[in-house]
Design a protein around this ligand. Structure first.
Ligand code: ADP
Length: 755
């Protein structure tokens, strides 16, 4: 076959090669994803181009060459977008198709513009072809530019390598296409070969995720060349010195040989050490430092053996590996058996702020691989290997968010105990095989230390649990003791509270009888005695009513008669009986924001009773000249829930010890010694039977509300005060029925008119 035949047959051979690649991609991928589909279309364009090159006469071919290239660059653009994860199919197609249509129109309208002349070289292209060539160049610049931008953004080395590989072979394909339009037939032929080889490399990138490490390969080649050049230095010196000696001293043959042999011997002696030094320096710079595995493993084992805390262990592991391999970050992940598979938990450490845990399915390929294969797994494989394409989306996202490059399993005898996760190296280069081996050895050394640390922390948390159970138990015990005390206090309180007014009634009744027997009674004396008897029986009545209310709460719950009522009216009625005491003791009552609130739907009398009890306490436990505040606000309901009124009743009184904040709502509970309380409804610290708050709570809860107290503690000098909070539901708005009073005050008003 002569040269001419070879050049004509080349496009035919290329057509066959593109056909093989096309069949191969269909068979291997089944065109199951967008990437492979678009790449197949790109191969078809290449196939058509080389076939046209072979079949069509030159003149005809020169009218479609650039257009075919532009069309194939468009398809390569779409392939690139899908390959680097940018869904931009439409935009690419528009960018290619519009200029192509224009180019065809241009050919029809203005087929031959004036020729382009560069020195002696004259180019007479059809105008459409010029537009197609410009489009082709712009598309390639865009493809390479986009890929390069993604490459610069990517932190993980294997991900970056995939993009670099793509950018390089897209560029060589473009270069090949450029060569094919050169006037020299040999340049044109080599362009076809370069294009074909580049397309084959792109095919490899599409069909297989395992690509060679471009940067490492380039560095190794560069290192090899440099070592060769520098090692040749002794030979060059020997040659130069020998020639210089022979020329300078005009030596005869024998002395020249003697000197040459001496210089050559010196050269040979120097060669070996020079080569070793050069090799070490160049390889360290370009390929990476060699390490002494034995020393590293032994110091690592010593460091982790001293650590019993899981968090500390994680830190030691990450720090040691970061020291040796210059990793940017890392974390120890604990693997625990869970209901549905395995739970992976990040052990927090200083340079990795992520926390949290994730449950992986029993069939998760990520865990299965680490369990079965027992060697490091790359995030790159998780992202691109077909073996992981069925990985659960949540699991995949969690791993991506970890931002790690490598996962190294830590196995006990038959299960996965933990994972050492490592980020990319500071150099941005991928982990070398010997580094992966080292990390796996370190992971194997970690097994015992990790098991010990886990047992130790398990023991610690058990201890912690027992300690908190003990505290709980102590608290419950104190509460039970107090409740028990309340029961016995009841007898004391009841006898104290009931006997005092009863004794008064009986005593004064006796006096009355006695006086009556000894002569007629004067009116003033009788009124005085009757006054005392009346007050004592009123007190008895109040007490017995309170006791009955409390037992009603317990036995059947309170029977409510709800009606619309405004909060300010409730407060007003509750304060009325206290007005005398407030005046007498110079306590200032301040009400804020009680107007303009929506009406409540409550049992008015019961509410007045509850508020009266709380405000009565505020008066009792606030010293003279103190302040009592009542404020309220509307809390709108969230998510279609009911609105609520939040009412706060605060005082500047003695306050309540936090340990009694719940107990004061218990029946018959009073802070302090029941015997020491003086009885009195409004006197400072005048104690009652311990039923007021119990009844108030019962009433509020019967209305679907809540009540609680906040106070920093009891202190009769500082007077920290107490704040009682009440939350009550506001009924949904409804129209008043015919004849129904809008609020209780209207009802009261109506009653007054009736009177
Ligand atoms: P009592 O009838 O004794 O007032 P309560 O049930 O109304 O009973 O209150 C229970 C206990 O709560 C009281 O004995 C008192 O120690 C405490 N207490 C209630 N309100 C206040 C308050 N505003 N300031 C300080 N202590 C209070």
């Amino acid at each position: 076959m002569n040269q001419g035949q070879l050049l004509t047959m080349l496009p035919l051979a290329a057509t066959a090669a593109y056909t093989v690649l096309l069949v191969a991609i269909i068979v291997r991928t089944g065109l199951s994803n967008a990437r492979s589909k678009w790449f197949a279309a790109y191969l078809v364009a290449g196939l058509v181009w080389s076939l046209a090159h072979f079949l069509l006469p030159d003149l005809l071919y020169s009218h479609i060459n650039a257009k075919l290239f532009a069309a194939s660059a468009t398809l390569l653009g779409v392939t690139t977008a899908t390959h680097i994860g940018q869904p931009a199919d439409r935009r690419w197609l528009h960018m290619g198709a519009i200029p192509l249509i224009l180019a065809i129109l241009l050919d029809l309208i203005w087929p031959f513009p004036p020729p382009l002349e560069v020195r002696r070289w004259v180019w007479r292209p059809p105008s459409g072809e010029v537009l197609a060539t410009v489009t082709w160049g712009a598309l390639y610049l865009l493809i390479v530019g986009l890929t390069w931008r993604e490459y610069r953004r990517t932190r993980l080395p294997w991900h970056a390598n995939r993009l670099l590989h793509w950018a390089i072979f897209v560029s060589t394909a473009a270069f090949g296409e450029l060569l094919t339009i050169m006037p020299s037939p040999w340049l044109s032929a080599s362009g076809q070969i370069v294009r074909l080889l580049s397309v084959a490399s792109l095919y490899h990138a599409i069909t297989s995720h395992r690509l060679f490490d471009v940067r490492a390969r380039l560095r190794t080649i560069l290192a090899f060349i440099l070592v060769g050049l520098f090692s040749a230095l002794p030979a060059a010196v020997v040659l130069t010195v020998s020639l210089w000696v022979s020329e300078t001293f005009q030596l005869s043959v024998i002395p020249f040989y003697v000197i040459a042999v001496l210089v050559i011997s010196a050269g040979f002696i120097a060669y070996q050490p020079i080569r070793q030094v050069v090799e070490r320096v160049v390889y360290r710079f370009f390929v990476g430092q060699e390490f002494r595995t034995g020393a590293i493993v032994s110091s690592y084992s010593q460091a982790i053996a001293r650590t019993l805390d899981v968090e500390q262990l994680g830190q030691v592991i990450v720090d040691t590996i970061a020291d040796v391999l210059q990793t940017t970050r890392g974390a120890l992940l604990l693997v625990n058996p869970a209901d549905q598979g395995h739970e992976v938990e990040i052990v927090p450490n200083a340079d990795h702020l992520l926390r949290g845990r994730k449950e992986f399915d029993a069939q998760s390929q990520f865990i299965l691989t680490l369990l079965e294969k027992r060697h490091p797994l790359l995030q790159y494989d998780v992202d691109f290997s077909p073996a992981y394409q069925d990985l659960d989306e949540d699991e995949r996202q969690w791993l991506i968010e970890l931002g790690m490059e490598l996962y190294v399993p830590i196995h006990n005898s038959d299960d996965l105990d933990g994972i050492i996760a490592l980020g990319p190296k500071k150099s941005g280069m991928a982990y070398r095989p010997n580094e992966l081996e080292l990390i796996q050895v370190l992971a194997e050394q970690t097994v015992i230390a990790l098991q010990n640390a886990r047992l130790y922390s398990e023991l610690n948390s058990q201890n912690e649990r027992i300690r908190s159970l003990n505290t709980d138990l102590r608290q419950q015990n104190t509460r039970l003791e107090i409740l028990d005390r309340i029961k016995s206090d009841f007898i004391t309180i009841a006898s104290h509270e009931l006997r005092t007014p009863l004794t008064q009634v009986k005593g004064y009744a006796d006096i009355l009888t006695h006086l009556n027997e000894s002569g007629p009674l004067d009116q003033q004396k009788t009124r005085q005695i009757m006054d005392v008897i009346n007050r004592a029986s009123l007190r008895l009545e109040t007490l017995i009513t309170a006791m009955l209310d409390a037992s009603e709460l317990e036995v059947s719950g309170i029977e409510l008669m709800p009606m619309p009522a405004r909060l300010d009216m409730i407060v007003q009625h509750a304060v009325e009986p206290l007005e005398g005491a407030l005046r007498e003791r110079k306590i200032h009552l301040q009400c804020e924001g009680l107007e303009d609130l929506p009406p409540l739907e409550v049992d008015f009398q019961r509410m007045v009773q509850a508020f009266g009890n709380i405000l009565g306490n505020a008066v009792k436990y606030t010293p003279d000249h103190g302040v009592i505040t009542v404020s309220a606000s509307l809390a709108p309901g969230v998510d279609d829930k009911q609105d609520h009124l939040e009412i706060v009743m605060g005082d500047t009184g003695i306050g309540i010890d936090p340990q009694y904040h719940e107990l004061i709502f218990e029946k018959f509970f009073r802070v302090g010694n029941p015997e020491l309380h003086s009885t009195g409804a409004t006197k400072f610290k005048g104690g009652g039977p311990g039923l007021g708050l119990h009844i108030a709570k019962g009433v509020i809860e019967a209305h679907g509300g809540h009540i609680w107290v906040e106070s920093s503690g009891e202190d009769e000098e500082q007077m920290p005060g107490s704040r009682f909070y009440i939350v009550l539901p506001v009924p949904q708005e409804r129209e008043p029925q015919n004849g129904e009073p809008e609020t209780v005050e209207r009802e009261l008003r109506e009653l007054e008119i009736g009177d």
